[in-house]
Design a protein around this ligand. Structure first.
Ligand code: SAM
Ligand code: SF4
Length: 348
């Protein structure tokens, strides 16, 4: 335990750790509290007490891919498919602005009805509302990403899921790990703030590979890292898999904060789904972002990645006041700015 504590201190002071030390801390439930406490201090020092709320618009659950864990996979005949119109998406963004959100996240399955031009037009309309726009619509070409960037999109979320190429290609059949990495590189080159992350608990994923994920995020200097445990969906091939470990995920969040001190790190819905008030625990363990859902009505229910997703029965307005109350109760506050990544001052 003594040497683990020394590693936590080293991470807090230097923001660097060798792979073996990261793996050892991921494996150590006994280090979880001190990891979280150190991550909470680093979070406060580097990104402050503000929690950024991003309004999540789930605008289509139609997907051409077949990821083995995801309820939106094309082979799943049980999900009721929907696609919101451009007007509805812009209207939800306008409402998000009314709730006080400064950013909207447009997320969907890989729905190619939304050609680059169609989505660019929507981005332009939302940018006219003075909102930051994050896109999370999967793998596309450099040219498509470039068009959206030119339309004003600020950020892009594309989880690498796992940096173990073999595990990645087993659970995302038909998708190539190299293309996922190519997408992240293209997004960076185009000047997006780049968000990525890990799906914790994919069968075959090792702790050493999770340590590699963290080192990968350091190497690409990820602006945002969103991680969550696998929640098995019975309507998918991974329906009988063991769920991802909440506590391992929490240790990973804390390590991410220690090793990428400036990054935006969300407390994800999957964490709350696994453990009541899981989001608060994660906000106190290094995270500084929450993504409340602003999708309304049937689509809110039908964007069913996994069963038991929290807050699907609530209205977006109720989510807003619930989240801000919970944030204030922690002694934190809802940030008023758009929440771009903090950059360390150099040379001063
Ligand atoms: N289609 C886009 C993509 O895959 O990047 C964006 C939407 S996708 C539903 C967003 C994330 O949901 C994925 O990156 C994956 O990590 C997560 N996800 C999917 N199924 C899940 C499950 N059963 N449990 C936990 N997370 C899941
Ligand atoms: Fe489609 Fe994304 Fe789900 Fe994969 S994770 S099936 S790409 S929505």
């Amino acid at each position: 335990v003594g040497s683990l504590e020394a590693r936590v201190r080293q991470a807090e002071e230097q923001h660097r750790l060798p792979r073996e030390a990261i793996t050892a801390l991921l494996a150590a439930p006994e280090a979880e509290k001190s990891l979280a406490a150190a991550a909470d201090r680093v979070r406060r020092a580097f990104v402050g007490d503000g929690v950024h709320l991003r309004g999540l618009i789930e605008f289509s659950n139609i997907c051409r891919q077949d990821c083995m864990y995801c309820g939106l996979r094309r082979e799943n005949g049980k999900v009721k498919r929907y696609r919101l119109s451009a007007d509805t998406i812009v209207e939800l963004a306008r409402k998000a602005k009314g709730y006080g959100y400064q950013t909207v996240v447009l997320q969907s399955g890989e729905d190619i009805y939304f050609t680059a031009e169609r989505l660019a037009a929507i981005v332009r309309r939302i940018k006219a509302l003075d909102l930051a726009v994050t896109l999370s619509v999967g793998e596309r070409s450099y040219e498509e990403y470039a068009l959206w960037r030119a339309a004003g999109a600020d950020r892009y979320l594309l989880r690498i899921e796992t940096t173990d190429e073999v595990v990645y290609e087993r659970w995302d059949p038909g998708m190539a790990y190299a293309n996922r990495v190519r997408c992240l590189r293209d997004l960076r080159a185009l000047g997006y703030e780049v968000g990525t992350g890990t799906l914790v608990g994919l069968p075959g994923q090792s702790l050493a590979s999770i340590a590699d994920d963290i080192l990968f995020y350091q190497r690409i200097d990820a602006d945002m890292v969103g991680i969550g445990p696998l929640i098995p969906n019975p309507d998918t091939p991974l329906g009988k898999a063991a769920p991802g470990d909440f506590h391992l995920t929490r240790r990973m969040v804390s390590l991410l904060r220690l090793l990428l001190p400036e990054a935006n790190i969300p407390a994800t819905t999957a964490m709350e789904t696994m453990v009541p008030h899981g989001r608060e625990l994660i906000l106190a363990s290094g995270a500084n972002v929450v993504m409340p859902n602003v999708t309304e009505g049937d689509p809110r229910r039908n964007y069913a990645l996994y069963p038991g997703k929290v807050c699907v029965a609530d209205t977006p307005a109720a989510c807003r006041s619930c989240m801000s109350g919970r944030i204030r109760a922690m002694g934190r506050f809802v940030a008023k700015d758009k929440g771009f990544r903090h950059h360390r001052q150099h040379g001063g």
